[in-house]
Write a protein that binds this ligand. Structure first.
Ligand SMILES: CC(C)(COP(=O)(O)OP(=O)(O)OC[C@H]1O[C@@H](n2cnc3c(N)ncnc32)[C@H](O)[C@@H]1OP(=O)(O)O)[C@@H](O)C(=O)NCCC(=O)NCCS
Length: 280
């Protein structure tokens, strides 16, 4: 049995985590966090042989490190919901490659992961479809061609109407919302991205779907999440109740620390200014 003492020198085993219905938890790990370097050997002891083999297939050290920290985050956090040793968790995949918990089975825990330059996010909820996506700002040129491939006519007009210096962020907001949606559906990007269209203002996120994508906006809840100046992120969850999910956000260094993440300001699906608040 792996406990806190055997990895970190702490005596206490990690505290269990509980999820209420209509609650979602977001865990943010910033991969340039200095504490991570010293924990790499402990993370290597957490992963499975299969994960080690996948990690070693990455050519660049930064990609191997990101893969390893992602596995450590997922194992350490998810084990706390199902009260098991992080090393005992087993993961399967759906037909489109979405990771799912295979052991313990029937946990009702749904999760999704995103990683981008400098940031990993793990989103967890109970028995719903959930997808999360993050992108780093200022890392690539957003050409008109890519905007045309990804965005609907309305989105293209909304982005073009804003000052040039804002357009990358405006594009990335829509990109992350679309990816989060397709990841929540579990299909990945096998569907046309232009066929879901987002209408954003300072407070709210509206969505519409166009053929061949047939879906009901009322089935879904979207959040724009701002983890800091360097990143844009979005969360999509299937709706199970009239009220929106309560979000709890934490900043985590796996095996080391977990702090409430006060830097996140979510924009919600509902068009109510009162919904905009910092996470506790
Ligand atoms: C899932 C997908 C959207 C990932 O997008 P991305 O921006 O490159 O990467 P992100 O960091 O946001 O997400 C990657 C994580 O999403 C999860 N994921 C993988 N496939 C997924 C799917 N079908 N649905 C939801 N989540 C998925 C995994 O946890 C993955 O991280 P991991 O491999 O380290 O576990 C993209 O790879 C995809 O569309 N895959 C589906 C398969 C597919 O259509 N392939 C054809 C590609 S041309």
């Amino acid at each position: 049995m792996l406990d806190g003492a055997s990895i970190t020198g702490r005596q206490d085993p990690p505290s269990p985590l509980a999820l209420r219905d209509n609650e979602a938890h977001l865990f943010f790990t910033f991969t340039d966090d200095a504490a991570i370097d010293g924990l790499v050997p402990a993370y290597e002891r957490l992963i499975s042989d299969d994960e080690r083999e996948r990690m070693n297939r990455f050519r660049f050290a930064k990609d191997r490190r990101s893969f390893l920290v992602t596995r450590a985050l997922a194992r350490c956090v998810l084990a706390r919901y199902v009260s098991c040793d992080p090393r005992d968790l087993a993961f399967g995949k759906n037909e489109h490659g979405r990771p799912e918990l295979a052991y313990p089975a029937s946990t009702r825990i749904a999760f999704n992961i995103t990683h981008t330059s400098g940031l990993i996010i793990l989103a967890v909820a109970r028995q719903i479809e959930i997808g999360v996506d993050a992108e780093a700002v200022g890392e690539r040129e957003v050409a008109a061609g890519i905007i045309g491939q990804v965005c609907s006519e309305e989105e293209i007009r909304a982005i073009a109407a804003r000052p040039v210096e804002l357009r990358e962020r405006l594009f990335l907001e829509r990109w992350t919302l679309k990816e989060a949606y397709f990841k929540a559906r579990g299909t990945g990007l096998s569907q046309p991205m232009r066929c879901c269209s987002f209408d954003l203002d300072d407070d709210a996120v509206g969505v519409s779907f166009h053929p061949p994508l047939l879906d009901d906006p009322a089935r879904w809840e979207f959040r724009m999440v701002v983890p800091g100046e360097r990143h844009v992120a979005a969360l999509c969850m299937s709706r199970t109740a009239a009220s929106l999910h309560t979000l709890r956000c934490s900043r985590v260094v796996p095996l080391r620390s977990e702090l409430a993440f006060a830097g996140v300001v979510p924009r919600m699906s509902a068009a109510r200014a009162s919904c905009v608040r910092a996470c506790p």
